[in-house]
Design a binder for this molecule. Structure first.
Ligand SMILES: Nc1ncnc2c1ncn2[C@@H]1O[C@H](COP(=O)(O)OP(=O)(O)OP(=O)(O)O)[C@@H](O)[C@H]1O
Ligand SMILES: [Mg+2]
Length: 256
């Protein structure tokens, strides 16, 4: 099977005023179609940089990145859609118009894109908010609009960089449940970044722990448990303790 995402030996150094910053060193990762793969690691370890490489926004200094077997040479929203911590909605557009945005940029005819966006409102839980503007929505709703915009394009791969990072804990838990439902229905490949152990373990088929900068892969944890997951089961509690021990070690290193 051709991996959905294949990262081979990538490196990244940023030039900054105070000298070069080595963000990533020799990172390799393979994600199969339909996986929900989560990157977790201390702040500054290069998670966003790695996502940026897969999304074609950050050119690697070394190594290569393939999406569905083809090299990434720049942003290609038809193949890889992205969602960030900031929903980045246009304030002057309604929910429906924001969800349609990516299709509009792709030149999809108006009637067709309106249809696609309208069909998405139900699973997004936004049916009654089609004509509302972002300022009239809650934080969780805005993030669902942003995810809807990514899903509307129907790219087989969705990158999510701390999509729920700015939400309160309760909303975040509910959004996780909602995302799981969407992912299981669409079976897209998801590459997800979070700082939340709970989120990583509740959602992922695989959790990739990164080291403190320069970011490398520290360990990969396959989570082969049925959904929805019993987060207080003995097995899960043990997984969480192991994961926390690894992340704690790297976070302490990052703080030194
Ligand atoms: N455009 C840039 N120019 C210079 N340095 C950068 C740039 N982007 C990222 N860096 C640096 O590269 C390192 C990795 O950054 P990155 O944003 O990928 O980390 P991260 O793991 O996503 O962190 P966080 O968890 O805080 O989001 C950091 O030291 C950061 O300061
Ligand atoms: Mg980041």
């Amino acid at each position: 099977m051709t991996p959905s995402i294949l990262v081979e030996g990538v490196a990244k150094r940023y030039a900054t005023a105070s000298g070069p910053v080595e963000a990533l060193r020799e990172v390799s990762l393979s994600v199969d179609p339909g996986e929900f793969c989560t990157l977790i690691g201390p702040s500054g370890c290069g998670k966003s940089t790695l996502l940026g490489m897969v999304g074609g926004l950050v050119p690697p200094d070394g190594g290569r990145v393939l999406v569905a077997g083809r090299p990434v040479s720049g942003p290609d929203p038809g193949r890889v859609a992205s969602v960030f911590q900031d929903p980045g909605l246009f304030p002057w557009r309604t929910t429906l118009e924001n969800v349609e945005l990516g299709l509009e940029l792709q030149g999809v005819p108006a009637a067709r894109r309106r249809q696609v966006a309208t069909d998405l409102l139900e699973p997004l839980g936004l049916r009654d908010f089609a004509r509302k503007y972002p300022r009239e929505l809650s934080g969780g709703m805005r993030q669902r609009v942003a995810i809807g915009r990514a899903l509307a394009i129907d790219a087989p791969i969705v990158l999510m960089d701390e999509p729920f990072g700015a939400l309160d804990e309760q909303t975040r838990l509910l959004m996780g449940e909602w995302l799981l439902d969407i992912w299981r229905r669409t079976r897209k490949t998801v590459l997800f970044v979070t700082h939340s152990l709970h989120e990583a373990l509740a959602l992922s088929t695989r959790v990739v722990v990164m080291t403190a900068r320069p970011g490398r892969i520290k360990s990969v944890l396959g989570v082969d448990m049925p959904y929805p997951r019993a987060m207080d089961s003995a097995e899960m509690v043990a997984l969480r303790a192991g994961l926390w021990a690894e992340i704690r070690e790297e976070s302490l290193r990052a703080m030194q």
